[in-house]
Design a protein around this ligand. Structure first.
Ligand SMILES: Cc1cc2nc3c(=O)[nH]c(=O)nc-3n(C[C@H](O)[C@H](O)[C@H](O)COP(=O)(O)O)c2cc1C
Length: 176
């Protein structure tokens, strides 16, 4: 059986992006899903001096190894001031110091959501343009606007958005 990892670019305990990644990955039939949480991979803030003096912390390698040993990735990005949440940018930067091919060419279903009407579309666009240069193989991307209006009881409640997610999941599954 194929195994995928699903996680959010957030360290919020109540992360809406994690809720979305968990829901989306639950729609993928016949795969083993490992839900990851960036809180379990604590890292110092990236800095070249730290890297030169101390080296690359183990948690960066640990997370990278999970990417490399997976068959696919479901990632939902939080948007902070139009960009990645710090915790995500940090682990991303650390991993890129080990291997530029961070995403290891694994099929990726890339998502974002926010309470606002743009659903993190800015960070999603940024990731879409950057990830392919770092081994990203984005097979679908979806932003879910107005999370709290469109997600209820652990599920997407908006039919139209749900249909889009199901379509993307099927496409993602076919690429694993
Ligand atoms: C520092 C900060 C900046 C934010 N900037 C944005 C933003 O640019 N666009 C947006 O849609 N939401 C923004 N938000 C709201 C987040 O989308 C919201 O906190 C969301 O819950 C984050 O996702 P998470 O719950 O998965 O961490 C911001 C929140 C914080 C704390």
């Amino acid at each position: 059986m194929k195994n995928i990892i699903a996680f959010a670019g957030s360290n919020s305990k109540n992360s809406i992006n994690k809720q979305l990644a968990v829901y989306t990955s639950s729609l993928i039939n016949d795969v083993d899903v490992m839900i990851l949480d960036l809180n379990d991979f604590e890292l110092p803030i990236y800095g070249i001096d730290y890297e030169n003096e101390v080296g690359i912390p183990e948690n960066a390698q640990n997370f990278l190894s999970l990417i490399q040993s997976s068959d696919g990735i479901v990632l939902s990005l939080a948007e902070h001031n139009g960009s990645y949440a710090t915790v995500f940018k940090n682990i991303f930067d650390w991993m890129s110091r080990i291997d530029k091919n961070v995403w290891a060419d694994k099929p990726m279903l890339l998502m974002s959501t926010s309470p606002g009407g743009r659903g993190g579309a800015t960070v999603l666009e940024s990731a879409k343009s950057t990830f392919p240069h770092l081994g990203g193989n984005i097979v679908n991307s979806i932003s879910v606007p107005s999370f709290h209006d469109n997600f209820k009881d652990g599920k997407i409640s908006n039919e139209e958005i749900n249909e889009k997610i199901i379509e993307s999941v099927l496409n993602f599954k076919s690429k694993l």
